[in-house]
Structures are given as structure tokens and as C-alpha cells.
Design a protein around this ligand. Structure first.
Ligand code: MLT
Length: 408
């Protein structure tokens, strides 16, 4: 008899964004004439920039010729893309990361979700609260937690983000955890971490023989030059951290799919006999076994992100969404709501003054605007909601007008 993975029974009914899409779908069906503005899931709306589209087209044309045709590519990604990433994002910032440390994939969501497979079942996992739900749900599926109880999974350690710590939880002196997930600029709060704060985490991980999974999917929204652009700027991070990045939010690849994960040769974990072992060969084993690479045209398009023209265009895209974020924050503050995020991030975290699913229902019903309820990101998110800046300017302006009327 084929039987279910019992850990799936612990999961909440559906994944946060699937749940929201279902509610919005139902609302739209019941209100077919209502034009809904989506500031919920962080999905980009602007088209791919011209130089990236051109590289994409050229690569498709290559595929139509005998000389330029590409079948299975290298599982870790084509060297042309890994070299371009290493140079632009890591070597230029003085880190020790090289092209060999980069694994190209089809998404940071998949990589952050899959990475936990490499570790023993009985490790202690710590996640921030509020948190991107993928880190939690994938550990639940893997059986590393107990039951859902009062808004949390038993067995997981939650690192609370709140006004007191500026939503950047740091390790308490007694924190015992083997695996810690961090995300900066943060999803969902939009806050960023300073070099000093990341150093506290790296020093803690080195001392405790722990590993940090650092999600940097929103790094291209950082405008403050003093903020770290990669965890590998922190001395020692190459030994205790893995970084995840994506082309989704900066270059508009949410539908095109391309991302990468960075693991230094120096990064180590410990095996069942307590022997220190390098982490990179384990991910390489997993990646080459379960993944067959991102398509050649998509990798050529991603490479164009690092050309002088591509860099300029990507900067324009992220500037556009940051201006949306500024307008949203200004609008919510003018209505008397306290907000964080937005400055170096496409997300605004709003203290909503009501249960967060009530805020979701109110804004959907009265304003026809979709936001993300904070509770979906964890217990510390209750009473908050997240507004995404990913939409066209006219839609953002209209959404803010409608929100102002709905919340009056
Ligand atoms: C979000 O809205 O939190 C993100 O778009 C989700 C994702 O990138 O998977």
C-alpha cells in the first residue's frame, strides 16, 4: 500500500501564496467587473530589458543552427555565466568567491527549499519570525519539526524580529542551532542587516559549528553603500555560509527562471562520525543528480545582465520599483500607519492595527487591492501586512488612492 509522508499532515492547508491566489480567484469570480490590483506576491510586471531580450533572441537563433545548437548543458551552469557572476558580484567586492563556487539553477525558492536535504534529520533548525515560509515548510516536509501548535511548529527555533531589535534578530548567547536561515534585504519586512550585524551571525556560526543559509534574492535593491552586498564580505563567512541569489527580482526573470547558489570550497559541515567535510561536493552531488541545468538561451539572457548595457537597464528596473516602494510607504504613513522597509527593498511592512487576514479581506473587498497578510509569515507577523512594490506606477498610484478611501 502506497502511504503518505506523514510529515505532510503537519503542514498548514496550503502554501501562503497559493492560499492568497485561491482567495483572490474566488473574489474575482464573484466580482467579475472589479479590476484587482495585485501588490501581494512579489512578482515583477515590467518587461525584460532590451539588451537582455536581444541576448535571449540571439541564443534562440543559435539553437536553430548546427554550430550553435546546445543540448544538455553543464549541470552547474555554463562557464560564461558563472564567470560573469563571479566577476561582477564577488571578485569585484574583494571576496574569495570564484566561478567554481557558483551553481546556476532555476530559482532561489527551489534552492533554499532543497538545500536542507543535505543535512541530518535531527539537526536543530532556527528561522526568523516573520519568515519566508519556504524555509519552514520544507523542513516540516522533511520531518524536522513536531506538530503545528498555536501558530508555530514544535521543534523549530524561532528568532523573533520586532521593533526592539529593528526586525534583525541576533543570536542570543544561549542559542543552540545547527542551521539558521537569514534573508537580507528581508522578505517580508524589507529591513537590511549591517556588516556588524552579519558579523555577529558569522562569528556565532563559526563558534557553534553551525551553517547559515543566506537568502540574498533582493540584494540589487540595496542603495546604501555602507550595507553589505553579500555575506561573503564578512571575514569567515566562506567557512559557514551559503548564499542564494536570483535574476527574478532585479532583471525580471520570475517567468524566465534563473538563479544561483554560492558555496565556497572552505565551507564545512560534520559527518556522522564527527569528521569535518566540505559542503560543496554534497550540493554538487545533489544538483547533478536531480537537476539538468537551465536552458542555454536563458543563461545567455542572464549573462547579458552583467554587460554594461544590462547593468544600466537592471538598475533602471530596480530604481523604478524602489520609487514605487517610496510612494507606497509615503502613502501609508500619511494615513497614519507605521511602516518599515522600502528604502533598500521592494517590500513595505505595515503595522496594520487589526488582525492581518482582516486587513487582507478589507483591502480586497473595499479597495480591490491584494496585499500579503503578515500572519502568513509567522506569529510575529500578526497585526502586520506586507505591500509589494512590484507593479506598474499607474497601478501603484491607483492602489494607494483606493487604499486611502478604504481605510478612511
Ligand atoms: C514573495 O512574494 O514573497 C516572493 O515573490 C515569493 C517568491 O519569490 O517565491
Amino acid at each position: 500500500m502506497i502511504r503518505k509522508n506523514p510529515h505532510y499532515s503537519k503542514l498548514q492547508a496550503s502554501y501562503l501564496f497559493a492560499n492568497i491566489a485561491e482567495r483572490v480567484g474566488k473574489f474575482q469570480q464573484e466580482n467579475p467587473d472589479r479590476e484587482i490590483i495585485k501588490l501581494g506576491i512579489g512578482d515583477v510586471t515590467l518587461p525584460l530589458p532590451p539588451s537582455i531580450v536581444q541576448a535571449f533572441h540571439d541564443a534562440v537563433d543559435d539553437m536553430a543552427t548546427s554550430a550553435g545548437f546546445h543540448g544538455y548543458g553543464p549541470e552547474k551552469g555554463y562557464p560564461f555565466l558563472r564567470e560573469a557572476i563571479a566577476q561582477a558580484e564577488f571578485i569585484s567586492r574583494g571576496t574569495s568567491i570564484t566561478a567554481d563556487d557558483i551553481f546556476v539553477s532555476d530559482g532561489a525558492k527551489c534552492d533554499t527549499g532543497n538545500f536542507q536535504e543535505l543535512f541530518a534529520q535531527n539537526i536543530q533548525v532556527a528561522v526568523p519570525d516573520p519568515v519566508y515560509p519556504v524555509y519552514v515548510d520544507t523542513n516540516v516536509m522533511a520531518g524536522r519539526t513536531g506538530q503545528w501548535n498555536d501558530g508555530r511548529y514544535e521543534g523549530l527555533r524561532y528568532l523573533e524580529g520586532n521593533e526592539t531589535n529593528g526586525y534583525v534578530p541576533l543570536p542570543a548567547a544561549d542559542l543552540k542551532a545547527d542551521l539558521v536561515y537569514l534573508c537580507f534585504p528581508n522578505n517580508p519586512t524589507g529591513v537590511t542587516a549591517t556588516k556588524e550585524q552579519l558579523k555577529v551571525w558569522v562569528d556565532w556560526a563559526l563558534e557553534n559549528r553551525s551553517l547559515i543559509l543566506f537568502d540574498a534574492a533582493y540584494v540589487s535593491f540595496i542603495r546604501d553603500e555602507n550595507l553589505p552586498q553579500t555575506i561573503f564580505e564578512i571575514p569567515g563567512a566562506e567557512k559557514c555560509a551559503v548564499e542564494f541569489r536570483s535574476f527574478s527580482k532585479n532583471a525580471g526573470f520570475t517567468g524566465t527562471r534563473c538563479a544561483y547558489t554560492i558555496i565556497s570550497d572552505k565551507c564545512v559541515i560534520w559527518d556522522e562520525s564527527g569528521e569535518e567535510i566540505p559542503l560543496k561536493p554534497l550540493w554538487s552531488r545533489r544538483h547533478t543528480t536531480k537537476f539538468n541545468g537551465v536552458s542555454y538561451p536563458v543563461q545567455k539572457a542572464a549573462e547579458a545582465v552583467f554587460s554594461p548595457e544590462g547593468k544600466k537597464e537592471v538598475r533602471e528596473l530596480t530604481d523604478y520599483y524602489l520609487e514605487n516602494a517610496r510612494l507606497i510607504k509615503k502613502g501609508m504613513e500619511a494615513l497614519g500607519y507605521s511602516c518599515i522597509g522600502g528604502g533598500n527593498s521592494p517590500y513595505i511592512w505595515v503595522s496594520g492595527g487589526m488582525p492581518s487576514w482582516d486587513a487582507f479581506d478589507l483591502l480586497l473587498n473595499k479597495a480591490g487591492v491584494v496585499i500579503t497578510p503578515g500572519e502568513g509569515f509567522g506569529k510575529c507577523g500578526s497585526g502586520y501586512f506586507r505591500i509589494s512594490a512590484f507593479n506598474d506606477r499607474e497601478k501603484v498610484n491607483e492602489a494607494m488612492e483606493r487604499i486611502a478611501l478604504a481605510l478612511k
